[in-house]
Design a protein around this ligand. Structure first.
Ligand SMILES: NC(=O)c1ccc[n+]([C@@H]2O[C@H](COP(=O)([O-])OP(=O)(O)OC[C@H]3O[C@@H](n4cnc5c(N)ncnc54)[C@H](OP(=O)(O)O)[C@@H]3O)[C@@H](O)[C@H]2O)c1
Length: 338
């Protein structure tokens, strides 16, 4: 089979297309013929070595893929040849609380081989069925970005109709959060560096938009938009450059989901707003297979379709990563494998 792998050193230029043996399923495993995979920012960081320079090479990158089961190992009873499935981000996190083992050693696209490959051998417990209304291309966008957004809005402090949610940016996680929030009946404020992207977000249902380049003190506008009460819930992806403003934008008792650290991890913050404002700061790490099932029920019930920016061919994989790094995308970047 053909795979893309980070060869002997990290770096986009070290991403090589090579031939590997097609896998056979062991006990409790299935082989999935990958039809499509989608990129997350983590995949780019993994390829460049910024995510974890200690990952063993060669490594097949990319965590999120969708395809059909073509071989079933002994002991697998709930999947058959032809089943349409998506891989779970962590192959070991079935449900319950996250743990070091579930998050560090069992995730696809590092340290485990990922899905930028014609076939992938996965645990039968590490796949979930694709919602019927979705194509492979659409399904490939769900395992990491969609589930992260879903859990940020539903798992710890469920977003309620009438709540105001502030979403940072218009990346993959952000646009799923926008779609889920509108299904929940929330009011959405979204920030972006691009007016054109903000117009696209409005067409998807965003109620208020703020250009964070032109309006660097965006938390003040968010407070004005809520009659100075503050927002209920924040999707925080900016990190060091945005966290203090997120705290300032929240209402007393508000909730911020820490998802990304795009502008850096080391923030200097005053703890007083958290203490005096009774704020909840919650880290999110994708989610479990049970969470994935729960999200997929909602996606099926609402016939939700992911926002896709562009689909690249398999032989254009390095260009797909470069497109992600350039940051001009709106929605998910997909690589068609078959
Ligand atoms: N914790 C988890 O489980 C988890 C899961 C998935 C992703 N993540 C992390 O979440 C972040 C976003 O991931 P993604 O896949 O959605 O990335 P993405 O598709 O590449 O989108 C990133 C977007 O973030 C926005 N952005 C960048 N700097 C910003 C800033 N200072 N303020 C506000 N927005 C900013 C940009 O929006 P505009 O172009 O509109 O300005 C950009 O398009 C990454 O750091 C990723 O590693 C974490």
């Amino acid at each position: 089979m053909q795979v893309w792998q980070i060869d002997d050193r990290f770096g986009l230029e070290r991403l090589k297309r090579v031939e590997r043996d097609t896998p056979h399923p062991g006990f409790g495993q299935v082989v999935v013929k990958i039809h499509a995979c989608s990129l997350n920012y983590r995949d780019y960081l993994t390829v460049t070595g910024a995510y974890n320079p200690r990952y063993r090479l060669p490594l097949i990158p990319v965590s999120d893929g969708a395809g059909e089961v073509v071989a079933v190992g002994e002991g697998v009873t709930d999947l058959a040849i032809g089943s349409r499935v998506m891989g779970t981000f962590s192959q070991a996190w079935q449900g319950g609380e996250p743990s070091r083992e579930r998050l560090r050693s069992a995730t696809l696209g590092g340290p485990l081989d990922g899905v930028l490959s014609e076939y992938a051998c996965l645990s039968a417990q590490g796949v979930v069925p694709i919602p019927e209304h979705l194509s492979y291309t659409q399904a490939a966008t769900l395992p990491c970005a969609a589930l992260t957004a879903w859990n940020a809005l539903n798992k710890y402090r469920p977003l309620r109709a009438g709540d105001t949610l502030l979403i940072q940016g218009t990346g993959g996680v952000a646009l799923f959060a926008l779609q889920f929030a509108k299904l929940a009946g929330a009011t959405v404020i979204i920030t972006s560096s691009s007016d054109a992207k903000l117009e696209q977000a409005q067409r998807l249902g965003a109620d208020h938009t703020i250009n964070y380049r032109n309006q660097p003190e965006w938390h003040k506008i968010a407070r004005q938009l809520t009659n100075r009460r503050g927002v209920d819930h924040i999707i925080e992806v900016g990190g060091a450059a945005t966290f203090a403003q997120s705290l300032a934008a929240l209402r007393v008792g508000g909730f911020v989901a820490i998802i990304g650290i795009l502008s850096g991890a080391a923030a200097t913050v005053t703890l007083t707003p958290i203490l005096m404002g009774s704020l909840t700061v919650q880290g999110i790490t994708v989610g479990s297979r049970d969470d994935f099932h729960t999200m997929n029920r909602a996606i099926s019930a609402q016939q939700l379709t992911p926002v896709i920016d562009r689909v690249f061919e398999f032989d254009q994989a390095p260009a797909a990563f470069a497109h992600l790094a350039a940051g001009r995308h709106f929605g998910k970047i997909v690589i068609a494998v078959q």
